[in-house]
Design a protein around this ligand. Sequence first.
Ligand code: HEM
Length: 383
Amino acid sequence: MSPGVAETLLEELRRYVGWGSEDERALRALHGPARARFPAIAEVFYDTILRHDEARASLVGGESRVGHLKVTLQQWLDTLLSGPWDQAYLDSRCRIGRVHVKIALPQHYMFGAMNVVRRELNQVIDDTYLSRPAELASARRAVGRVLDLELAIMLHTYREDMLAAQARQERLATFGQLVGSIGHELRNPLSVMETSVYILRGKVPDEEGIRRHLDRIGDQLRAANGIITNLLDIIRDRPVSQQPVALAAVLEEAAGAVALPEAVALDRGDLASLPSIRGDALQLRQVFVNLLENAALAAAPAGSIWVRGSEVPGAIQVAVEDSGPGVDEAVQARLFEPLITTRERGVGLGLALVKRIVERHGGSVAYQRGAAGGACFTVRLPA
Ligand code: HEM
């Protein structure tokens, strides 16, 4: 966010809630009496979330993370009442908002959660200013405004995310149309070439030099056709068959299809102990072929690839990690988009196809840096 734009946003939000220096004074005055109540407010806040089944499910790491979140909520309350409510405040609140967007927390939970904070702080105000109605009124007004400001920032981050997704969608739609038509148009000349190579093989003398060149043309035609197939596969909604699939077998086949350099070791872990999932074994094989091919290239000339499977609530996860250099941060945000590649001769379709297939299965794929410092791709498929 550029400073100019962000400042306008802050000013606009403040104007929207009617923010003034009187509010800043009232919040700072409330900070002292409220501080002792922060731990209790954090308790009530997360108890309310945990009582609600769907909201509780959004606490990604299970209930064990709640302890940590109670601490961060108290820090949040601390700055909420002490300010300064400046650009750095807005930036830090936007960052917190994006944390919730990233975990796909439905935005309607934000209203209820903010109301819990509102109710608890109003209780503190009632207790503190029992016999001072003027201070009580200005504290109430200030808390109302600052929480409206918080909610506006929180929803702003959702809107940012939605706009980015929309832009991505439009880019992909244009890409899809272009690719669809070029792909189809290229199939014809390629198939004419294939036929001609076939006919030539029977007509030219059987010489090593000539055969080598014809083989080379044949290989390149297959490669070109493969690229078109991948492209069309990304833009098309291929139906997903719903058969029981053993991921260990899928991985076995995928590993067999990938040419691993001799000095790259593949550690397959124990996928056999995972329960079967429902899906399309052929398409899933493609997912792991692409991930293993990338991992092999990253780990080359010598290194390791680790595949680890695990069960998480409602899903099976398979992580493919390599000992390579990891993905550059600048590329990470667009890693799964078509035509994004870090390889000199790559087309940038492998991960886009992985994402497409996994999403067709109702799953997701994510990148993070692995424990060994390389790339780690985690595929999550519904159990
Ligand atoms: C008033 C509304 C809320 C506030 C002020 C708030 C505040 C925060 C803060 C300060 C963090 C730490 C961010 C960081 O520094 O990384 C956080 C993270 C988180 N919040 Fe909230 N939160 C709100 C609503 C909710 C709700 C309703 C849920 C779930 C139903 C939720 C779930 C989470 C989770 C799961 C994380 C951790 C994400 C991660 O680290 O992976 N939050 N929240």
